[in-house]
Design a protein around this ligand. Sequence first.
Ligand code: ADP
Length: 495
Amino acid sequence: MSAFDPDQIHVPAGHFIQGRLIPAPADQAQDVLRPSDGHAYASLPMAQADLVDEAVEGAYTAWRGTDWARRPPRERARVLRRWADLVEADAPTLAPLEAVGSTRPVRDALAWDVPFTADGLRFFAEYADKLGGDVAATRTDHLGMTVAEPYGVVGAITPWNFPLVMASWKVGAALAAGNAVVLKPSELTPFSVLRLAELAVQAGVPAGIFNIVQGDGRVAGAALTRHPRIAKMTFTGSTATGAAIMAACAQHGPKPVTLELGGKSPQLVFDDAPDLERLAGVIAGAITGNAGQVCVAGSRLIVQKGIAAALVAAVAKRFAAHRPGATWDPDATLPPIISRAQALRIDAIVQRAVQAGSVSTSGGLRGNVCGTGSYYLPTLIEGVDAGNPAVLEEIFGPVLTVQTFDTEEEGLALAAHPHYGLAAGVHTANINRALRAMRALSAGTVWINRYGRSNDFVIPTGGYHQSGIGKDLGRQAVEANQRLKSVLIDFGMPG
Ligand code: ADP
């Protein structure tokens, strides 16, 4: 039995501008496929530059014309909290809507994506009245301060792997700081955020403060990025697209940009790591969750020789136990790959890795799981050297490379990646070694004896090197949506 019937889901389709869903004229729409079975299930309007312009100008007018930026911050916080409550209460609608068009199993969407989206909005709401600026240490007849102000209209571009959660990180932080937002979701997963926007309006976010334009990255996304009224950009996606967005921000601003980009994150395991079975679960989960389509996926296992064979065998057992299936199949444990093209790309890297001399065990492309959906079984690649394509390239699928080492120094050298530095895991019972590794690893996040974010929003996330600039989550995400005005008052004159 299915957890829901994918043909019975009501899918809102359109842009969302000035508080209203704008359906597309039929000649401007493009079929969107369900990743689970390859079925076309709704039509996506494809915005051209003129529609992006209309949305951004409307957002600017709303930002100037409504009291969103000027109302007491606690009032703004109250609206965001109300929005979070509506999102949570809407889980029976939102979770299947998220699952039908993405790679998120409905079980996970109910248990995590929707509540995490709501809690993220609450987290940002708490900052609405807490980051107003600082008082400077000036001479006593002066008063110097910084006053935090919103930018105006923030442009946000999000990827397809966690459509609701990624949008809530960008939009929640920007709105809490008093900005308006124009969001362009991924053209592969464009619909669930429309429901999020409808609920925002119901909660009291003024019409025009949160808008969504749909379309192609190189058309709608690029038009958004270069629009003169977009004062700041925030983006999550590939490193190449992030670089293009940053270049456009330099050329058409300059305007600040927050980028959360690619990764090739290591899991460094020492011989003394406790509880091999639990550890195997952590290692396997970090690369099979969402079928590896996670920016911080732990895609490189770097393991000390003493426990390598036992750990790899335990991970392989967990890999083999996975059952691929549609996001509405309650018995499936491995969701689909987002598109056929992406599945073929994963496979091409694995084939090149094998040609370069490594050994691929199990896994691979799997047909006939559900319609024409694309599934990729968890794959281990052993015997790789540091130059192997599977070690160097971000695969964005359930593919784990294995490298072994003797000394701590060797392990740390293997863990370093020439370009990426998004996240890293360290597993050891030795606190000194764990902290040495934490210092040595050049990554924006280091997890020790765990892998993956916890549900507290206060720890910011973002990468080093080509993995990004700036942070999502945390106080820092709200600060990134504020600019600072410096004020100096001289009251030294008599009177
Ligand atoms: P992926 O390869 O994971 O699809 P991308 O980085 O290409 O990742 O896409 C992430 C988001 O960036 C999507 O919403 C996409 O439409 C958008 N995008 C792609 N190219 C551009 C571009 N040149 N300018 C702005 N946005 C873009």
